[in-house]
Design a protein around this ligand. Structure first.
Ligand SMILES: Cc1cc2nc3c(=O)[nH]c(=O)nc-3n(C[C@H](O)[C@H](O)[C@H](O)COP(=O)(O)OP(=O)(O)OC[C@H]3O[C@@H](n4cnc5c(N)ncnc54)[C@H](O)[C@@H]3O)c2cc1C
Length: 390
């Protein structure tokens, strides 16, 4: 079947899907709401399944040059007392390791690769709605442009327009947690934990009602100390109390919480940007597709950032959809995407029931390694391009 795939969203899953579709010879184009703008401060962990997808995308070398892969995580109290030092059991092969990197670096690498393989990316194109019949689907954009194809993929993130049209009653709801994303330079910091960070370890501070993870996010950028803090909060804070706080106000809130001394305080004081986010999620939707419209990534299944899996599963979705479209009639491809991937998504989402770092921990009676066990996530999950074709 000759496809023309309309991809909504030039984020992680949309760009990855376009590159894979080009690889399979399927015609596609990407439509993105905003012009591209680099956003400093946003960083995330990508698990080894996601890094393996990057290898299949042909961007492994660029990713290796622009990311950091720690061998060890040190768990500390806010007074910098070490509770545990965990060997992250990283593989020696880069595509089998988990990494930490800045979102903008990954988006730029994906954009360059998409251009290289001839993907058209149209910016300033905001999807407003779509219509479909037995043989076609048409996307309508805010500027009056319309585009007809055989399949429409909503890779349009948390606030997905495609999902909202497919399932209008599935609205976002507050997930009872908040997150802060910060970035700093190592310059002028020299305590022992900071030296550990510079040498490549990750630092994890558990407190009673929040956690704080700091990692290198790039080997050479001047601003390459990235951190995320997150905590549990039953009732959403008002925008004045949280979303609208400026850098100095957020720093002073954190210092009040964690104290003025120690590495944590040093990192906070030296941060040049801190992005506050209250976490929202959507209840599982009844189906990832209807007719010729399908959603992938955050649009299909919101993943709480505390799991550290959002970007990895978005990459996995993109690769798996391209594989299925190459092998099957589109209706089967959409069926297999959901049927084969749903269990993995459920395992990742439910991992927070067992180990929700946003709730913090009380280590007064010692550190229990059992906290880390019990998850049903398959740590060796890998999608192989070649074997899937045999
Ligand atoms: C600016 C930004 C910063 C982020 N920062 C972090 C972070 O610090 N840590 C973290 O863990 N996760 C972060 N995320 C989320 C993370 O990137 C995603 O969870 C993950 O990568 C899943 O990717 P995705 O492709 O499903 O969605 P995304 O990567 O979010 O991409 C969705 C894309 O669709 C576009 N779009 C949305 N609606 C429309 C429309 N109607 N028409 C056209 N285009 C549309 C958006 O502009 C966006 O480019 C961030 C996302 C964004 C957009």
């Amino acid at each position: 079947m000759n496809h023309k795939v309309i991809i909504i969203g030039a984020g992680i899953s949309g760009l990855a899907l376009a590159i894979f579709l080009k690889k399979t010879g399927i015609e596609c184009a990407v439509y993105e709401n905003f012009p591209y703008k680099r956003v400093a401060g946003s960083s995330f962990r990508i698990n080894k399944s996601g890094v393996h997808v990057m290898k299949e995308l042909g961007i492994e070398d660029q990713v290796q040059e622009n990311s950091h892969s720690a061998d060890r995580m040190r768990i500390l109290t806010t007074d910098d007392i070490e509770i545990a030092s965990i060997n992250l059991m990283q593989n020696s092969v880069f595509s089998r390791r988990s990494i930490y990197m800045q979102r903008s670096d990954l988006v730029e690498i994906l954009m360059r690769q998409a251009e290289l393989v001839g993907v058209e990316i149209h910016y300033n194109k905001k999807l407003t709605y779509f219509t479909q019949d037995a043989s076609n689907i048409t996307a309508y954009f805010e500027d009056g442009h319309q585009e007809t194809g055989t399949l429409l993929v909503g890779a349009d993130g948390l606030h997905s327009t495609v999902r909202n049209q497919l399932f209008p009653s599935h609205v976002l709801s507050y997930a009872k947690s908040w997150a802060l994303y910060g970035i700093a330079s190592f310059k002028d910091m020299n305590s022992d934990p900071i030296r550990q960070l510079m040498e490549g370890n990750e630092l994890f501070y558990f407190t009673q009602n929040a956690n704080f993870l700091a990692s290198k996010s790039h080997p050479t950028h001047e601003l390459n100390l990235s951190w995320q803090a997150s905590g549990h909060q039953e009732r959403k804070r008002s925008k004045e109390e949280f979303d609208f706080r400026n850098l100095d106000e957020i720093k002073s809130d954190l210092i009040q919480q964690y104290g003025e001394h120690g590495a944590l305080s040093e990192i906070i004081q030296n941060s040049v940007q801190i992005i506050p986010k209250q976490i929202y999620c959507v209840e599982p939707i009844p189906s990832w597709s209807k007719g010729r419209a399908v959603v992938i990534g955050d649009a299909a299944h919101t993943i709480n950032p505390n799991t550290g899996y959002g970007c990895s599963v978005a990459l996995e979705d993109a690769m798996y959809l391209a594989l299925m479209l190459q092998k099957h009639h589109y209706a089967d491809a959409l069926y297999y995407l959901e049927a084969d991937r749903k269990e993995r998504i459920r395992a990742i989402q439910s991992s927070l029931d067992i180990f929700d770092v946003s709730k913090g921990f009380d280590f007064s009676s010692g550190f229990d390694i059992g906290l880390f066990s019990g998850s049903k996530i398959d740590a060796d999950y890998t999608i192989h391009w070649e074997t899937e074709h045999q």
